[in-house]
Design a protein around this ligand. Structure first.
Ligand SMILES: [Mg+2]
Length: 432
């Protein structure tokens, strides 16, 4: 199964993923959480959506309601935090910005995961993975693992190994792992561990005698398409080393919605980036409406290509929206907050937006009812101007003008400060 030497120069895919993202983002600013069991709760302090390894070790399940855990929290030393999406959105943008320096082919896959197209010898790729890991840890303060392989599916799998197997030191390059070790590992993992294979499918595969990832990798792709569908065939081909899951421009995840792309031709003006932002703002609006969701935080970002090391620029902004919304005008306007940071003349290779802190539509008081009629009077532009000059929270419509925003609809008793996006909540460093 040895790959011919010439093949090793083919582009490969790096999958980078932050370990326990929300808990790690909290730890980056509050080191006293290190080593403690930490959970982050969903909106309204409902249930656990992120668990640190220590919390997992206590047997706390994903989605476990806080009211059940609270009585034992003290005895366990368990720290529960309200979800701070403004912090997570900003940390995410910083991680992606840093990763974008390694490749112009960057797909932001979720709030804490990205795929990157990478090239090099096995030694160069391992070194690049280690460099990404240490750069994110040093510059942003969160731990990541890196999996590098010929396909996205294998890169995800390599990342999982890197996470669960300390011997890899957080970076696993698929082709550098001896074939016998790979087959052994694949033989010990259930098919449902593979990206794209869900629970119901697992049972149907089991009926056909396919239990492990190694079993699935060994089947005939055409036969599997006839028995199942083209999606399972793609997974099999990817496991066998044939890339067939293309780069996606649009992603909807559990916690966020992402639109991003590398441009065919570099974009060099803020006006053109503004157009891209408008398109994404409208796409995000349509997507949110389709899923009956509204967003509270928007992150917009852009970046230059690493092939052009001279004039680099990786601007990003994290915009807390005045209220949860799916309104295209509001989302587009929020995305345009990136434009003052765009340097005209610099060649931007990609841009994107991410909306997060998603909740079902209709959970909030309908404040937007009286916001929309004002849009046509260009009050929005005036507000933007004042905000740009005097800072966020200096002016706004109704509750949007209150410093810190209207969080009255949400219960967030255990919220950490917005360390990176609010002047009055910056972390303090005390010299001994
Ligand atoms: Mg993660």
């Amino acid at each position: 199964m040895a790959r011919p030497a010439v093949m090793q120069r083919m582009p490969q895919i790096a999958h980078v993923d932050v370990n326990c993202f929300y808990a790690s983002a909290e730890r980056a600013f509050n080191p006293s959480l290190e080593g403690k069991p930490v959970i982050v709760l969903s909106n309204n302090d409902g249930c656990a959506v992120t668990r640190s390894p220590e919390a997992k070790a206590l047997g706390i399940a994903m989605g476990e309601p806080w009211f059940k855990l609270a009585p034992r929290a003290k005895e366990w030393g368990l720290v529960a935090l309200s979800s701070n999406y403004e912090l997570y959105g900003d940390i995410s943008a910083r991680v992606m910005e840093l990763l974008g320096r390694y490749s112009a082919w960057l797909e932001v896959y979720s709030i804490d995961e990205a795929f990157l197209g990478v090239k090099g010898t096995p030694a160069e790729l391992v070194a690049m993975g280690r460099s990404m890991k240490s750069a994110v840890q040093r510059n942003v303060g969160v731990p990541v693992c890196v999996g590098i392989a010929p396909t996205k599916t294998l890169a995800k799998l390599a990342n999982k190994w890197a996470k669960n197997n300390p011997a890899f030191g957080g970076v696993c390059h698929w082709d550098s792992v001896p074939a016998a070790v790979r087959e052994d590992l694949m033989g010990r993992l259930s098919v449902e561990e593979i990206w794209g294979i869900a629970g119901r499918l697992t049972r149907r595969l089991n009926v056909r005698g396919i239990f492990t990832i190694a079993d699935l990798a060994g089947v005939d792709p055409v036969k599997i398409r006839d028995k199942f569908n083209v999606v399972v065939m793609r997974t099999v081909l990817e496991l066998q080393g044939t890339p067939c899951i293309p780069m996606e421009e649009e992603r909807i995840g559990r916690d966020q919605l992402i639109f991003s792309r590398s441009f065919a031709k570099p974009i060099t003006t803020a006006a053109d980036i503004g157009q891209v932002m408008s398109v994404y703002g409208q796409q995000a609006s349509a997507r949110l409406a389709k899923h009956g969701l509204q967003a509270k935080i928007l992150t917009a970002f852009a970046g230059t290509s690493h092939f052009n090391p001279k004039d680099t620029s990786y601007p990003s902004v994290c915009v807390p929206l005045p209220m949860p919304t799916a309104d295209p005008v509001i989302l587009t306007k929020a995305a345009h907050a990136l434009l003052p940071r765009i340097v005209d003349g610099i060649r931007y290779a990609r841009a994107g937006i991410m909306v997060t802190d998603l909740r079902p539509t209709g959970n909030q008081a309908p404040l937007s009812l009286f916001e929309n009629p004002y849009e046509e009077r260009h009050i929005g532009e005036l507000l933007e101007d004042v905000t740009r000059r005097y800072g966020r929270g200096s002016i706004g419509l109704g509750f949007a003008g209150i410093r810190g925003g209207p969080d009255w609809t949400m219960k967030r008793d255990m919220l950490s400060p917005r360390y990176t996006t609010h002047w009055d909540e910056l972390p303090l460093v005390k010299a001994a």
